[in-house]
Design a protein around this ligand. Structure first.
Ligand code: ZN
Length: 193
């Protein structure tokens, strides 16, 4: 089980290192890590669990954040229509993207960043993400091609940045020309990634 003590913070070398491709078939330890990453995100959305274990709520977490420099991350998040995106991904790649940029109006947050930050981070409005996906329940690895827009796309791009050794704090701007907010109102999205 991943807890806050297992999550490395800003300043740690692994967070600025480009992570390595994951070899398939998945090793036992890679499977366990993917399962643990996804479980962390799910647990972090359970109020009772959060209170008991003092973990920070999240919508995603990447392997480098637990000091494993491999191209894997987990996301568990609902869009504004209640559609759930729950994935443990391996070697994800953006294969298509829009030129148009968006940003999270309240700014992004990160389990590896313990301070308040000012500014917004540019993201592509829409992306196509291709990856291998590990289905924990069936123990199967399957290829996926995901069309991701708006807020959901921002979450997947934030995690992908972790695999490239990039923290959102290195991409903070007071404003971004021609970028639009991912949604109209800066309602308090509390979840970190
Ligand atoms: Zn993060």
């Amino acid at each position: 089980m991943i807890l806050m003590k297992d999550i490395i913070r800003e300043g740690h070398k692994t967070l600025t290192t480009v992570a390595k491709e994951v070899r398939l078939p998945l090793s036992k330890s890679d499977k366990k890590l993917l399962k643990d990453l996804l479980q962390y995100v799910k647990n972090s959305q359970d109020e009772a669990f959060v209170e008991k274990y003092h973990i920070r709520p999240a919508v995603g977490i990447a392997a480098p954040q637990v000091n494993v420099s491999k191209r894997m991350y987990a996301v568990h998040v609902e869009d504004f229509d209640g559609v759930l995106y729950s994935y443990a991904l391996i070697n994800p790649v953006i294969t298509k993207k829009t030129n148009s940029l968006i940003y999270l109006p309240g700014g992004e947050g990160c389990l590896s960043v313990d301070r308040e930050t000012e500014g917004i981070t540019p993201r592509y409005e829409s992306i196509t993400l291709e990856a291998m996906s590990y289905d924990v329940a069936s123990d199967q690895v399957i290829p996926v091609k995901l069309e991701l827009n708006g807020y959901i796309g921002i979450v997947f791009q934030h995690e992908l940045d972790h695999l490239n050794g990039i923290l959102y704090v290195s991409k903070l701007f007071p404003s971004i020309p021609n970028a639009k907010p991912a949604f109209e109102f800066a309602n308090d999205l509390e979840n970190e990634a």
